[in-house]
Design a protein around this ligand. Structure first.
Ligand code: ADP
Ligand code: MG
Length: 244
């Protein structure tokens, strides 16, 4: 794990008077899986959104694969091709089939030809275990299947980095496992991932590194063993007590 995929330096973000991200420094290396955890309201989603330029930071640096992304960059489409994102709620297009959903961005944004996009779409549906659902409409799918389509759709832009914002939080408990399994497969294939999650079992098993946020700051970062077995900060200990 050598190459730096994401470098964040002294990033700050406020909404009005509310200072949500405070001097965030974060480096994510190639093929690394970083799980971002912390209480609700600690700034996890805002941090992911700043990485994907869904949200504009106030100051600080964001460097993606060695390229500094200026705060006022207008070419956010280029950024979004490097960085895919999966949300808690999977807004699939209801009037498109599963395959149609997956190939929409390659066709429209990447201008890929239909044949190539279809081939890619089928490969990705296979990867998420839904190769038999390509002609089905989203309304016929379970929540876990929809989320796996959303993952395939994000992968269809062939991003080097994948961001996940609580991808299993909206799912019925019995559907959580299949989505985590899909994410684990991606991790094993070497995808660089930043995952906001409350699934401590997943974090422990799959993450290379755990980042704990509290009130807009990164309080602690460590390997799962260090973090769960031997947290250094009082804040982290309190958090772990509250979740166990
Ligand atoms: P988390 O994902 O850790 O729960 P968020 O990043 O969603 O935290 O939110 C951090 C803080 O920023 C919260 O207090 C939230 O209410 C506030 N916040 C998030 N988005 C906005 C917004 N668009 N406008 C105003 N406040 C926001
Ligand atoms: Mg959030």
């Amino acid at each position: 794990m050598e190459k730096e995929m994401i470098q964040v330096e002294k990033l700050n973000k406020s909404f009005g008077d509310l200072h949500v991200l405070k001097d965030i420094d974060l480096t994510v290396y190639e093929s690394e899986v970083v799980c971002l955890i912390g209480a609700s309201g600690s700034g996890k989603s805002t941090l992911l959104r700043c990485l994907n330029f869904l949200e504009k930071r106030d100051n600080g640096k964001v460097i993606l694969e060695g390229q500094e992304i200026k705060k006022d960059t207008h070419d956010i489409n280029e950024v979004r091709q490097k960085v895919g994102m999966v949300f808690q709620h999977f807004h699939l297009f209801p009037h498109k089939t599963v395959l149609g959903n997956v190939i929409e961005a390659p066709l429209m944004v990447k201008k890929m030809n239909k044949e190539k996009a279809t081939q890619l779409g089928r490969e990705l549906l296979k990867k998420v275990g839904l190769e038999d659902k390509e002609k089905v409409y989203p309304s016929k799918l379970s929540g876990g299947q929809k989320q796996r389509v959303a993952i395939a759709r994000a992968l269809a832009m062939e991003p080097d980095i994948m961001l996940f914002d609580e991808p299993t939080s909206a799912l019925d408990p019995e559907l959580v496992g299949e989505v985590l399994e899909t994410m684990k497969q991606l991790a094993l294939e070497g995808k660089t991932m930043v995952v906001v999650t409350h699934e401590m079992g997943f974090a422990r098993e799959v993450a290379d590194s755990i980042v704990y946020m509290h009130e807009g700051r990164i309080v602690e970062r460590g390997t799962p063993d260090e973090f769960f077995e031997n947290p250094k900060e009082e804040r982290t200990k309190e958090f772990l007590m509250s979740t166990s």
